[in-house]
Design a protein around this ligand. Structure first.
Ligand SMILES: C[S@@+](CC[C@H](N)C(=O)[O-])C[C@H]1O[C@@H](n2cnc3c(N)ncnc32)[C@H](O)[C@@H]1O
Length: 357
């Protein structure tokens, strides 16, 4: 290894650390509602500090960082504006990504990810031990504000993924689409918009369902969706011809997934299909390949598929994991289903379709 390679490698470590600081700065900017204030015309440090109830000195430092990161613009007179990145951190724009960054760096995720090494040692999620309850109970009982933000986070991620999924997989012919663990229903709404004759059932825990009704009105499909609250380990609504499971199976271990898939298999009509949307671990992907000669400090974002990083998020937060195609096929098999298709999308998401055996 040459001296230049070694310097590059050290610089790459520091770049990873600055990435964490940068993500925190953007999350704080979003959480404080700075983009909303700027959009409403408040654009000086003093004005923003007053509007969001912040210390002007501390805020000046955050705004400087946010401008350096390309979230805000700053003119010669010190007035702030929004870049396209800042625009999508407003809370009131279609496809807002504010909740994605605010929720993924909330205290639940942040404290758990900080103990990733502990989860690796024990093989168990650290969240439950740290907070003395599973994440879904925490969102319902301890921090419903973070629970609401998490649901909005799901909507934000769906907004990123939906176009790629709908371009790769056809829901044509669907009549009754059951979205199992559908949160506020943004993906279900997109499917219903693609198939105007279809009706939907949004199924999730009580907290989500209570908040989903107004979200569905905003998505323009409230009159075509029945909202049902329940526990998918007990039962799921019967009679659907499509059962959506988007980012559900990766939350749970194999035993739990099989239990849940059996509930779905029992509820579905004989011709129905299960449509799973997840990131998938692809063996032989970029993370498994040797870096090109001389590329010691290959940038992580070019090298690691989001699936292998999301897998670590699952490791600290929940009992689940990201899986390979073979692992999904095995889960389907044990629930009386067979994998009937795999559809890559122009995103890290794969659609896996299953039918009754
Ligand atoms: C990772 S989110 C995925 C949300 C949505 N499918 C999406 O992709 O945007 C998991 C969802 O499962 C729901 N959930 C968790 N445990 C559940 C249970 N036992 N019964 C029903 N829903 C549950 C959560 O409330 C949450 O909305």
């Amino acid at each position: 290894m040459s001296t230049t390679d070694r310097t590059d490698a050290k610089a790459a470590v520091f770049e990873l650390v600055t990435g964490v600081w940068a993500a925190c700065a953007v999350a704080a900017t979003a959480r404080l509602g700075i983009p909303d204030q700027i959009a409403s015309g408040v654009c000086t440090t003093e004005g923003l500090a007053k509007a969001v109830g912040a210390d002007a000195g501390g805020l000046a430092r955050l705004l400087r960082a946010a401008a350096a990161l390309g979230v805000l613009t700053r003119d010669a007179a010190g007035r702030f504006g929004l870049t396209p990145l800042g625009e999508c951190l407003r809370s009131d724009v279609p496809g807002s990504q504010r909740a994605l960054i605010a929720s993924e760096l909330d205290s639940a995720h942040w404290s758990s990810l900080g103990r990733l090494d502990e989860a690796v040692r024990t093989g168990k999620p650290v969240f439950d031990r740290l907070f003395s309850m599973p994440i879904w109970d925490y969102y319902r009982d301890a921090r419903p504000d973070e629970g609401k933000l998490f649901a909005e986070n799901m909507t934000a991620q769906s907004d990123l993924e939906t176009r790629a999924i709908l371009a790769a997989y056809s829901f044509a012919g669907a009549e009754r689409v059951v979205d199992v663990g559908g949160a506020h229903g943004s993906f279900l709404a997109a499917v219903l918009r693609q198939v105007p004759s279809a009706r939907g059932v949004l199924f999730d825990r009580r907290l989500m369902i209570d908040e989903a009704r107004s979200a569905l009105t905003g998505f323009g499909v409230a009159d075509r969706v029945e909202c049902v609250a329940g526990d998918f380990f007990e039962s799921v609504p019967a009679g659907g011809d499509v059962y959506l499971l988007k980012h559900i199976l990766h939350d749970w271990n194999d035993e739990e997934c099989i239990r849940l898939l059996r509930r779905v298999a029992a509820a579905m009509s004989p011709q129905a299909r299960v449509v799973v949307a997840e990131m998938m671990i692809v063996e032989g992907g970029p993370a498994d390949q040797e870096p090109a000669e001389g590329a010691t400090a290959t940038r992580w974002a070019e090298r690691a598929s989001p699936a292998v990083l999301q897998d670590l998020n699952m490791l600290v937060m929940l009992s689940g994991k990201e899986r390979t195609q073979e692992e999904y096929a095995a889960l389907f098999g044990q629930a009386g289903l067979r994998m009937s298709g795999v559809f890559p999308t122009d995103s890290p998401i794969f659609v896996l379709e299953a039918r009754r055996r």
